[in-house]
Design a binder for this molecule. Sequence first.
Ligand SMILES: C[S@@+](CC[C@H](N)C(=O)[O-])C[C@H]1O[C@@H](n2cnc3c(N)ncnc32)[C@H](O)[C@@H]1O
Length: 247
Amino acid sequence: MLPARRLAAGKLGRWAMRSLSTAAKQAPIAMPSLGQTPKTAEGARELYDKWAQSYDETLRSWDYPAPAQAAQLLNLHLVPGGTSGPVLDAGCGTGLSGEALHAQGFTRLVGIDVSEASLKLCKTKGIYEQLEICDLDCSAGPLQFEDNSFSGVVSVGVFSYVHNFERLFKELCRITAPGGVVVFTHRHPLWGEDVDGVRSAAAALEANTEAPRWVQLLVSEPQDYMPCNPDPAESSKKINYIVHRVL
Ligand SMILES: C[S@@+](CC[C@H](N)C(=O)[O-])C[C@H]1O[C@@H](n2cnc3c(N)ncnc32)[C@H](O)[C@@H]1O
């Protein structure tokens, strides 16, 4: 039997295939600047401001499965009735992750992002009750939310631009109500190799005896990220899905 916090690759694979089979198929669109962008909040702001208008079409052409899979994981791990509080979409971009959350029944959504153009586009979809500019590296101090504001937090495709995980994870624990669930994706080698102390920062919160505190529920096997990106350097990238419950 597999350890509780790891999901069998086969099980996750079938889950991935279900999600891919419903994605719209179109010719993969090239996006050469993706791999050249500095992995910082400033780099992200510049890239995603320029990309906002065509981001959804591009990602759909790459069969991007992560938003749907992260939303399914939140649904799987939240206790029944846990969907009533708001869910924070941290790094919501143009709202693909919000659309996936909505499809899973999460209708109270708050989105934050560094890209103003992405947030503007997101607003036109009408699925978030609140959208705000925010740097997840907490460069301006603590996140702008009260303690225990959310039932869940989802962050999809964002953490390769973030570096201060010690501060961010404490903040995510603070703003998530006890029993709430935090789901994020991270690039496979960055998580596995503990780059920027991401894994250590997550583990430190498990070792705490009082808040901020969480317990790890799942680290998935590496999964496809953007499998139909026409650039082989990008299509070969893998991500882990990581889930914690706030205590
Ligand atoms: C690959 S997109 C993912 C967007 C959305 N979650 C999705 O799955 O389609 C990455 C998003 O992270 C945002 N981002 C990157 N660094 C950030 C930071 N430090 N703080 C907040 N948002 C950030 C970008 O602006 C962009 O919208």
